[in-house]
Design a protein around this ligand. Structure first.
Ligand SMILES: *[C@@H]1O[C@H](CO)[C@@H](O)[C@H](O)[C@H]1NC(C)=O
Length: 233
């Protein structure tokens, strides 16, 4: 889902990658660094300190704060809030119910966007959200909805109607849309992705790859652990 990406080469692009130590954030920092036709200045944010495996050279600046705390968010982002042009939202905090995921993750994104849009001057132009296929499947990890979800059948299409359940992906989309037209936004609903980070909450494909490597090493047959409902679209 895309609204005019607005990459203007005459102005420097300054990225704020929120959730930079997750597998998508780490890969994005690498990708923006190797973007030869366009130079990015990259600020990376995470709730915890930079892990030892993360090359600090990928970032102009690493900023460490909990976006749930609006005071901390304001204090840590203020020094760079005037220069950020693009936010890449790859962060999430996971709670037991989807209602809590909605409340907490919306608060985090709102705290960050409020600081950047209220900077004077503000150069923020575009927000990129990474969500995923739970957009089409509903909050499959919420125990209160176990066995009750009725969802879209794959293949999933971008303009499928929303499902009648709370979903923090919907809440984040609505939140970024509320800043339109001052900001453009894009939403990336990736399916299962592969990458490597010790800070990722879920990493099904890497787990599967490790299992396959163990099977090979022990000369045991590899049995795919999913069923016919597992779709790697
Ligand atoms: C929020 O951040 C401020 C500033 O860093 C800190 O003083 C305060 O203790 C934090 N609040 C919570 C609830 O962690």
């Amino acid at each position: 889902m895309e609204q005019n990406q607005n990459l203007n080469s005459s102005n420097p692009s300054v990225a704020l990658i929120v959730g930079v130590t997750g597998m998508a954030g780490f890969s994005l920092a690498q990708a923006l660094n190797s973007h030869h036709s366009h130079t990015w200045k990259i600020h990376g944010v995470a709730r915890r300190p930079l892990p030892t495996w993360f090359p600090p050279s990928l970032l102009h600046n690493f900023i460490n704060f909990d976006a749930l705390n609006s005071t901390d968010t304001l204090a840590k982002l203020s020094p760079i809030s005037h220069e950020v042009t693009h936010v890449f939202w790859l962060a999430f905090q996971l709670y037991d119910t989807e209602e809590l995921n909605v409340a907490k993750n919306s608060a985090m994104l709102r705290n960050v966007l409020d600081v950047l849009t209220k900077a004077s001057p503000s150069h923020l132009r575009h927000v990129t959200l990474q969500t995923g296929t739970k957009h089409y499947m509903g909050p499959i990890f919420d125990p209160s909805l176990a066995g009750k979800l009725v969802h879209h059948k794959p293949p999933f299409v971008e303009d499928s109607s929303r499902l009648p359940y709370p979903n923090f992906y919907y809440a984040l989309e609505d939140l970024v849309a509320s800043y339109s037209p001052a900001l453009t936004f894009s939403v990336h609903r990736s399916s299962i992705i592969v990458g490597a980070s010790s800070r990722s909450v879920y990493n099904a494909l890497l787990s599967l790859a490790v299992y396959a490597a163990i099977c090979k090493h022990q000369k045991l047959p590899f049995h795919y652990p999913g069923n016919e409902m597992a779709h790697f679209t």
